[in-house]
Design a protein around this ligand. Structure first.
Ligand code: AQP
Length: 333
């Protein structure tokens, strides 16, 4: 059985894209893989986070995993900072990865923007920490969205260079991207060409996992669409990014294909389609959101899940980290 590592940053505003693009797929992976699902709080602080909000968001992300159906007994749910091995291995990888490799990372360029000199060193070295997250457990598969593919390539390069530099050819597996046939890239409700994102300044651009039914209905009603009626097949959605996005969300939530949605709504306008979309969204997200609310109101139980997960993650990492340190030449404690 392969081993999966995947993470979400607790940077607030957990949204429908995070659910359909990540958490929901994790639920489906549970039967075929041994899984570690991590709230990557150390990644989150590469950009300043208010400490109390970081604590709240960490619990919220864990609650979303639990409420969506990830089994914390069969698999491991934990927050990264409770397992010091991530930081220890990241340092070793800082010394393996080359500046030239990191200089090519497009996400750093996008996130640092024009103010590169002001970005944290952590934001620059972020991909090395991500490689450590995966390789600390010798994970074999990593579910990734398009945007993380370059970082996963880097993790493979780091693993290969470590194996080669230290003469341990098979020590780290080269982790494989786990691409989902049904993966949904959810776009902004205000601009069908931009992905739905936690950091979009417009609250109307995303459906948050904490939004109540009225808010979901309102956001869908206000979502950007176009003046045409819905086409008979998905080919008719080409060049209509907002329409494609809204129909894609419907398909993902109702668990049907894009063509099925077109067949069902062909010839209708967005007025009636948006009503149907709001209904399916409230219907499918409601139970998950109710459970999330219950869990967030009971932080002690969420913290207990994270503590238990971290303890098991530390135990899994310990022999691997000991071997890594020995390979590097560090004297034993
Ligand atoms: N719009 C999206 N559609 C599908 N999947 C998405 N993911 C994020 N946005 C979408 C997936 O969610 C997982 C966790 O993401 P993350 O929090 O670690 O970082 P991110 O991808 O940077 O998320 P955001 O929402 O876009 O945050 P900001 O605004 O801070 O950059 C990943 O598996 C990601 O693919």
């Amino acid at each position: 059985m392969g081993r999966i590592f995947s993470g979400i940053q607790p940077t607030g505003n957990l949204h429908l894209g995070n659910y359909l693009g990540a958490v929901r797929n994790w639920v489906n992976l549970q039967n075929d893989f041994e899984c570690l699902f991590c709230v990557v709080d150390m990644h989150a602080i590469t950009v300043f986070q208010d400490p109390q909000e970081l604590r709240n968001s960490t619990r919220e992300v864990a609650a979303a995993m639990l409420a969506s159906g990830v089994d914390p007994k069969k698999h491991i749910i934990f927050n990264q900072s409770q397992v010091p091995g991530h930081a220890e291995l990241a340092w070793i990888f800082n010394c393996v990865a080359r500046m030239g490799w990191l200089n090519r990372m497009t996400q750093f360029k996008e996130k640092a923007g024009k103010h590169k000199e002001n970005a944290s060193v952590g934001l620059y070295a972020y991909p090395n920490l991500m490689a450590a997250d995966i390789l600390l457990y010798k994970a074999t598969h990593v579910p990734v969205g398009e945007d993380q593919k370059q970082h996963l390539e880097l993790a493979r390069d780091i693993a290969a260079k470590f194996n080669n530099d230290f003469g341990v050819p098979d020590f780290f597996p080269l982790p494989e991207p786990q691409i989902f046939g049904t993966a949904t890239r959810v776009m902004s409700l205000k601009d069908g060409t931009k992905k739905m994102s936690k950091s979009d300044p417009s609250a109307l651009s995303r459906i948050n996992m904490t939004d109540d039914a009225d808010t979901i209905v309102k956001k869908i009603r206000k979502a950007k669409s176009d003046a045409d009626v819905l086409p008979e097949t998905k080919d008719g959605l080409e060049g209509r990014p907002e329409a494609k996005n809204l129909l894609g969300i419907y398909a993902a939530l109702a668990d049907v294909t894009l063509d099925d949605v077109c067949t069902q709504f062909a010839g209708e306008g967005f007025g009636s389609f948006k009503k149907a979309l709001a209904e399916v969204a409230v219907d499918k997200l409601g139970p998950i959101q109710n459970e999330m609310r219950r869990l967030v109101a009971d932080p002690t139980s969420v913290d207990a899940v994270l503590r238990d997960g971290a303890e098991r993650a530390r135990a899994m990492a310990a022999p691997i980290l000991a071997e890594i340190k020995d390979t590097v030449g560090f004297l034993k404690a």
